[in-house]
Design a protein around this ligand. Structure first.
Ligand code: AMP
Length: 210
């Protein structure tokens, strides 16, 4: 089963992708996590990507398409995968089709812009394994420490309010057209993001299983 999780930054794609990965036993592949990891390791590509990420822009299509192509060819993705944060442009979606990848469903998690900015100030991420948390909705058991790997949990550089607005603008301009792209192909399932994470998870599983 090959799935795509679509949605504005902060809509909960990452959190829901992690839950679906556990339930369906397929890897959740997050281009954002992979790019942050590359930036942390200081690779040339990683540092270049970081300058786009920190200003709320998208990393160039050819860079992310290359990363995804290599990642989905790995053994653990042979029975399926969840793409979290890819594709983010129509060009990337077309590149995925050109690779011959069949997508079963596209789960579009919808959250209104007004709620996004409030949510993102409380969002935290593990700087080691990329697991996502929220100070209100999904706190760590011990403050600042990842429940999964004991790594350091912190605010993402690009979750500052000024960058969030720029990322939302980028989302509406470049990523939202994918809603129509996948709707036309009969793949789109929209889930309304709820206040309670578990409730969104229930609706997400329902959309996947339907
Ligand atoms: P995310 O963790 O998915 O919110 O991604 C964080 C940042 O990484 C985005 O704001 C982009 O700068 C970059 N990024 C992640 N995925 C992509 C993608 N598919 N295409 C271009 N840039 C991406």
């Amino acid at each position: 089963m090959n799935l795509i999780f679509l949605g504005a930054p902060g809509a909960g794609k990452g959190t829901q992708a992690e839950s679906a990965s556990n339930k369906y036993k397929i890897p959740a592949i997050s281009t954002g996590n992979m790019l942050r990891e590359a930036a942390k390791n200081g690779t040339e590509a990683g540092l270049k990507a970081k300058s786009f990420m920190d200003s709320g822009d998208l990393v160039p299509d050819e860079v992310v398409v290359g990363i995804i192509k290599e990642r989905i060819a790995l053994d653990d993705a042979k029975n399926g995968f969840i793409l979290d944060g890819f594709p983010r442009t129509v060009k990337q979606a077309q590149a995925l089709e050109d690779m011959g990848v069949n997508i079963d469903k596209v789960i579009n998690i919808h959250v209104a812009d007004e709620r996004i900015t409030a949510r993102m100030s409380g969002r935290r991420v593990c700087t080691d394994c990329g697991a996502s948390y929220h100070i209100e909705y999904k706190p760590t058991s011990s403050e600042g420490v990842c429940d999964l790997c004991k790594g350091k949990v912190a605010l993402r550089d690009d979750d500052k309010p000024e960058t969030v607005l720029s990322r939302l603008k980028t989302y509406h301009e470049k990523t939202a057209p994918l809603i129509d792209f996948y709707d036309k192909r009969g793949k789109l399932r929209t889930v309304e993001g709820q206040e309670q994470i578990e409730e969104t998870t229930r609706l997400t599983f329902e959309a996947i299983d339907a």
